[in-house]
Design a protein around this ligand. Structure first.
Ligand code: PMP
Length: 379
């Protein structure tokens, strides 16, 4: 009676590992969410917006003040103007922004190049609209892109290339040179680009986020997606946005207005005020760098090998010195026997290649990181 449109999709690894963490009372370093509180001032702004009566529908593209703040932020950081009226839309997290950008552009038999390991919402979104994902596997341990391989995967059917820097799960960053290569390839082959930049403010060691917005011709063909959940420790608010040139944003909004119409009003009001103070997002990099460094220092004599994350709130742990087990098997055993839940990275790879690496999320309190490190050091 019903043929599944997504026959190979099952429960995500995040739900599986988080459930296992609960069932076995393990420390949950698997799913990417902070276990500390967000700024009380931001919470108060949200409560105030509700008390002040901002509880009805927002404008379809989002609260205007919030769109203006987003525009200013991008102008200040990347020197590019996006028009709040026509080129910025507030979404229900980056997930909806990604889905909507794909829904608005991908047709049957279009090919979309995606670097793997890849965040898991990309492929099903493309498949749902009849598109085909062409994976480009990045190699451990550094996960650097090889642009010649990218070129070799392009066909007359290629419609879009989807990139994600800072990169989940590896913590790899695209350099300026990478972005210039991307720009050239996209121009030469007349491709659309979806640049998933949800970790834009979580970048370490003084590196600069090379947003697609910085590259004039690239920006002309790119949807950039972003997430307030990642930046302000509010993943449960599911608020994000998409920016794109007007011609692309017109198509984006045609879908957006019928899949959500608009997203919740009071939290948009709160974020619009909160964004008035740039330090609220500029200090996030230092905050997470301290966590990364603290966690690494705790693990320095462990048998897990660490390649320092350059961005995101994830860190990969190589366990080849400990065991030869498959990463899914080891991650399960780590949860059940030792009480630390992680994410096996093979599930994000093209052929499910097992590089013997686990992803941990260090967006946790020092107490949680210390407790987890004590267990990991004992293995
Ligand atoms: N892209 C990447 C790379 C992510 O890691 C995540 C969240 N884990 C998302 C998109 C989704 O972001 P949001 O929660 O704002 O929907």
């Amino acid at each position: 009676m019903l043929t599944s449109k997504l026959p190979s999709v099952s429960t995500t690894i995040f739900s599986v590992m988080s459930k296992m963490a609960t069932d076995f009372n393990a420390i949950n370093l698997s799913q990417g969410f902070p276990n500390f509180k967000s700024d009380p001032a931001l919470i108060e702004l949200a409560a105030k917006a509700m008390r002040d009566g901002h509880n009805q529908y927002a404008p379809m593209p989002g609260d205007l003040l919030l769109r203006e703040r987003i525009s200013e932020k991008i102008q200040n950081l990347h020197g590019k103007h996006y028009c709040p009226n026509t080129e910025i839309t507030v979404t229900a997290g980056a997930t909806q922004a990604i889905f909507t950008a794909i829904a608005a552009t991908i047709e049957k038999e279009d090919e979309v190049l995606i670097f793997t390991p890849a965040y898991d919402c990309y492929e099903p979104s493309v498949a749902l609209f009849g598109g085909k994902v062409i994976p480009v596997q990045l190699g451990a341990p550094f996960y650097r892109p090889d642009w010649n391989v990218v070129r070799s995967k392009i066909s007359p059917k290629t419609k879009m290339i989807l990139v994600n820097s800072p990169h989940n799960p590896s913590g790899m960053l695209f350099t300026k040179e990478d972005m210039l290569q991307l720009q050239t390839i996209a121009e030469e082959n007349n491709l659309l680009v979806l640049s998933d930049e949800v970790y834009e403010h979580i970048i370490f060691d003084g590196e600069v986020h090379q947003s697609a917005a910085r590259f004039t011709s690239l920006a002309q063909r790119t949807f950039i997606t972003a997430s307030f959940g990642k930046t302000f420790h509010t993943t449960g608010w599911k608020l994000g946005y998409c920016v794109a040139p007007q011609t692309l944003m017109n198509e984006f909004r045609k879908v957006h207005q019928y899949n959500v119409f608009c997203v919740n009003t009071p939290l948009q009001k709160a974020l619009a005020t909160y964004l008035e103070e740039p330090s609220h997002y500029l200090k996030v990099a230092d905050f997470y760098q301290q966590k990364r460094d603290y966690f690494m220092s705790l693990l320095k004599s462990s048998r897990f090998k660490i390649i320092p994350s350059k961005g995101t709130y994830f860190q990969l742990l190589d366990y080849t010195e400990i065991t030869n087990e498959h990463d899914v098997v080891f991650a399960e055993r780590l949860t059940k026997e030792f009480g630390v839940a992680t994410i096996p990275t093979s599930v994000f790879n093209t052929e499910k290649q097992d590089f013997k690496q686990l992803r941990v999320c260090f967006a946790k309190t020092e107490a949680t990181l210390k407790q987890a490190a004590e267990i990991l050091n004992s293995i």
